[in-house]
Design a binder for this molecule. Structure first.
Ligand SMILES: [Zn+2]
Length: 267
């Protein structure tokens, strides 16, 4: 009987170990691009997915660091994300100058991207969007906090808010210089998302897949948090432990594949 119990316990322990191993694997960033071609292919799909899923409209953009030359990154020329193809992708240096293109080519707010890439060697992908559900959390004293399974990656200290008014008065609220890009990256710090007062958000990640999925679920979390607040009462947010463990455990490959299938083949 004791032997049988020991065998059962051993099998249980093995099952738990295998489960934890599989969930950890699922939570790792998938498909960090290793070549320029893969990075650009991911980038084009990232543009289309973010547009398709309503995270980006005519504005907003996504960039990816060159996996073979980390002092440069790729981003589309200044067109709507829904229209981006591989031939629209430009290469930029760390000062946001387009390589082999006329001066001041590209999005006016490209300085968000090089500012973050300069400050965060661990970041390979930057997304800037103007998601309406996130705007109120940049305007009020109510911190955006993770409250469901897919948002643990945001951390539980409250998402930081960049107010460009702290840098200069009466701007057009857009990040249009390296000085503003540096200031934004400083407020982002070691976080994976920063809100921008009266403007939108910037999400960063190690792969296009990770950043795109996180940008999507940041909006979902904001909608859920606003809906929960309307119901009244105390909201039960994720604990730091729950946030950290769910961030490690939730796979991003499956939502990425689903989003990509919705886009279909890009001509
Ligand atoms: Zn913007």
């Amino acid at each position: 009987m004791k032997l049988k119990t020991a065998i059962v316990c051993a099998l249980c322990a093995l099952s738990v170990a295998l489960f934890l191993a599989s969930t950890r694997a699922a939570g790792q960033a998938v498909n960090v691009a290793k070549t320029k071609d893969q990075a650009i292919d991911d980038l084009v799909y990232g543009n289309r997915i973010l547009s398709n899923e309503g995270i980006l409209d005519a504005f907003g953009h996504i960039s990816v660091r060159d996996p073979q030359d980390p002092t440069h990154f790729y981003m589309s020329r200044g067109i709507a994300p829904s229209q981006v193809t591989a031939k629209d992708i430009l290469k930029y240096d760390m000062q946001c100058n387009a390589v082999d293109a006329p001066p001041n080519t590209g999005y006016g707010e490209r300085f968000i991207h090089c500012g973050v890439f300069r400050a965060r060697p661990d970041v390979n992908v930057v997304i800037h969007a103007h998601s309406l559900p996130l705007i109120p959390f940049g305007l009020t004293k109510t911190p955006l906090r993770p409250l469901f399974l897919m948002a643990g990656w945001m951390g539980t200290d409250g998402v930081p808010i960049f107010d460009i008014r702290d840098v200069a008065p009466d701007t057009n609220i857009m990040v249009t210089s390296n000085m503003f890009g540096d200031a934004l990256a400083k407020v982002l710090g070691k976080n994976n998302i920063v809100l921008m007062r009266g403007h939108g958000e910037t999400v960063v990640g190690t792969s296009v897949q990770e950043a795109v999925v996180h940008a999507y679920y940041a909006v979902v979390n904001a909608q859920l948090q606003a809906d929960s607040m309307k119901l009244g009462g105390n909201i039960t947010y994720l604990t730091p432990g729950e946030a950290a463990n769910s961030a490690k455990s939730v796979g991003i490959g499956r939502p990425w594949d689903m989003f990509k299938a919705r886009v279909g083949k890009i001509e």
